[in-house]
Ligand binder design. Sequence first.
Ligand code: ADP
Length: 259
Amino acid sequence: EENAERHRQKMESLGRMMGGVAHEINNMLQPIGVLAEELIISNLVREAGRQHLDVMLECTEKTKEIIAGLLAFSRPGVREVEVVEPAEVLADSLRLARQAIPVNVFVRTEVAGVVPRIAVNRTAFSQIILNLLTNAAAAMGYRGSVRVTLNEHLVVESGHARIVRRPRYVRLRVIDTGCGMNRETLDRVFEPFFTTKPIGQGTGLGLPVVYGLVQEMRGIITLLSEPGQGTTVTILIPVHEDAPDRVGADRTALAGVTA
Ligand code: ADP
């Protein structure tokens, strides 16, 4: 409990600090990219110089990506929240993610019949899916299949005389059969900039961003990983309080959507 609170505070101040830095860098980056692009399309620069400019442009694009990650991480609490059908935002998110993950990675979706509604920001939800699928794809060497499951999570509360089972959370899982993680990696994955990927490939911001977004949803994230076996990321998202316990049976039609 105390540990979680300390972690939250640390992430919050780190987030604020990085947000400021990210803005400054972004401002400086803008003209570099624009000017490099202008030189490339002008005929002022010869072939060899052009190749250098291409590299420069590529680097500014990569930096922009890192900055976008930093900004997502540093802007907690200002996102607009909508009450949504989990299966529907998931399908939407998978459509978006599909563009970014390699074709040899299949995504199998399993939606268990009826899933209660949740209050989330759509963009945040999509970002979570994208980051988790990107990691899963990388862990599997960019081929294989990832399972994404969605179901209601019943919390069993035992009182004196009875056992109450209430759907308190919607459970989202991303399950891969990739390289998995050892203890040291697992202990550090939520640390900003921690990465085991080669320079230029990982930013080390994927999971910290996911962590921050899940916190914003008042959700819970857990990782289960076995080296050589794979990784399961589980996210519990609180059910929207005003939502009825069960959505109509017609919603089951959404089950089994595949990206
Ligand atoms: P990045 O992917 O840019 O390295 P992340 O924060 O997303 O940053 O992940 C941090 C590290 O956690 C990765 O470098 C990798 O070692 C490990 N990791 C994350 N997801 C997985 C996964 N699904 N399977 C195996 N390792 C993972």
